[in-house]
Design a protein around this ligand. Structure first.
Ligand code: GTP
Ligand code: MG
Length: 371
């Protein structure tokens, strides 16, 4: 851990308090800020006043070490801090245009849309792209992927990495997957994420989906306020983590796009307003046949704009590239058919090759495992 972030680097925090805090899952100075005084008091059983003092000291400490901006700052300083913001390319020209270069760090980006609109594919693509070097639009960083719907697929990561000419094994190695089984577990994972983020130079946190488990567990009107409160806590923590650790956070949210079910704007996320209010950027994905439409909604500095993209081998793709790939595939299929109709001799020689290959099978298997 960076020396500056150790809990005992704070004046007045001794071994007893440090232990109390780490028992409650607070491992460094950043965590103190992320959790806030009310929660610190709750989880450690210390007085609210004491918790407030410690959190204030933590804030002061981070300001002094330059990791956090001061409470009252000149706009020039805000501007300077914004220069530290990193951007992750989406791997497509169209979505990069929409995001004005890519997904920003120090911000929470909400991606909402109906089932199959590409939210998970988008998250997978970014998990690969963030690992690219800075010169190629990435941040040379790792990923924390919180999977609440069991939809994380390493196979997709492999094919996206290959499409972008990256070593799939290395790419997989830098993605830390945390499978969340219920909303409390999802929250716990985030609460404990601090050291993981630091140790693995995490630059992207994905929560796919952020809302799903909360929605499933808190059914009915009576539980709505409880659910919103818990979700609010989760999303705020996510946003604070993005800010303090200078990483990008993506939260997905499924909505139904059927206008006959909901009155008013059919694109409004139901029950997901909490996410909406906390997010810096919001992007809406919509299906349009095989194509997908992405719209930037509610951004502080982007114009409300729409672009068309596609889903394919390389994850989210520019339409032209996706179309090129499909034509290639059809020609490949055609040549395969031609081959199939070739005389038997070709098949026989192929069989011979297989026999030879099986002789070296053991070593081959090892190699492919190691690759
Ligand atoms: P929910 O999680 O159900 O809300 O949907 P989502 O928005 O996360 O959708 P997801 O990102 O899973 O998109 C699913 C769509 O991606 C599928 O309908 C396919 O069109 C496309 N897709 C997924 N994998 C592949 C692939 O390997 N190749 C191609 N061409 N398309 C794919
Ligand atoms: Mg999904």
């Amino acid at each position: 851990m960076v020396e500056d972030l150790r809990l005992d680097s704070l004046e007045g925090v001794g071994p007893v308090t440090t232990r109390k805090l780490s028992d409650a899952g607070v491992h460094n100075v950043m965590d103190l800020i992320v959790r806030g005084p009310v929660e610190i008091a709750e989880i450690t059983g210390m007085e609210k006043d004491t918790a407030e003092k410690i959190v204030n000291k933590a804030r002061q400490h981070l300001v002094e070490t330059g990791l956090l901006s001061r409470d009252f700052v000149k706009a020039t300083e805000v501007y300077k801090r914004r220069q530290d913001i990193g951007k992750i390319t989406t791997g497509t020209n169209c979505l990069d245009t929409l995001f004005d270069g890519g997904i920003e760090t120090q911000a929470l980006t909400e991606v909402y849309g109906e089932f199959g609109s590409g939210k998970t594919q988008f998250a997978h693509t970014l998990s690969v792209m963030v690992q690219k070097p800075k010169t190629e639009g990435g941040l040379d960083g790792g990923v924390l992927y919180i999977d609440t719907e069991n939809t994380f697929r390493p196979e997709r990561i492999v094919s996206i990495a290959q499409a972008h000419e990256m070593d799939p094994e290395k790419v997989l190695d830098r993605i830390i997957v945390a499978r969340a089984y219920n909303s409390a577990h999802q929250t716990l994972i985030l609460e404990e994420a601090g050291p993981v983020i630091e140790e693995n130079n995490i630059k992207l946190i994905v929560v796919d989906s952020a809302v799903g488990l909360f929605r499933a567990e808190y059914l009915g009107r009576g539980t709505l306020s409880n659910r919103q409160q818990k979700l609010n806590h989760f999303v705020h923590m996510l946003s604070r983590i993005a800010e303090t650790y200078n990483c990008a956070a993506i939260a997905t949210n499924q909505v139904m796009a059927s206008p006959d079910v909901f009155f008013g704007d059919p694109t409004r996320p139901i029950g997901g307003n909490v996410v909406a209010h906390t997010s810096t950027y919001r992007i809406y994905f919509k299906k349009s046949g095989k194509k997908r439409i992405a719209r930037m909604v509610d951004s502080p500095h982007h114009p409300e704009e729409e672009v068309i993209f596609a889903l394919g081998e390389a994850g989210v793709m520019d339409l032209e590239d996706a179309e090129k790939k499909t034509t290639k595939k059809t020609t490949k299929k055609a040549t395969k058919k031609e081959k199939e109709s070739e005389p038997e001799t070709a098949i026989e020689s192929a069989e011979l090759e297989t026999v030879q290959a099986t002789e070296d099978a053991d070593s081959d298997d090892l190699e492919s495992l190691e690759e």
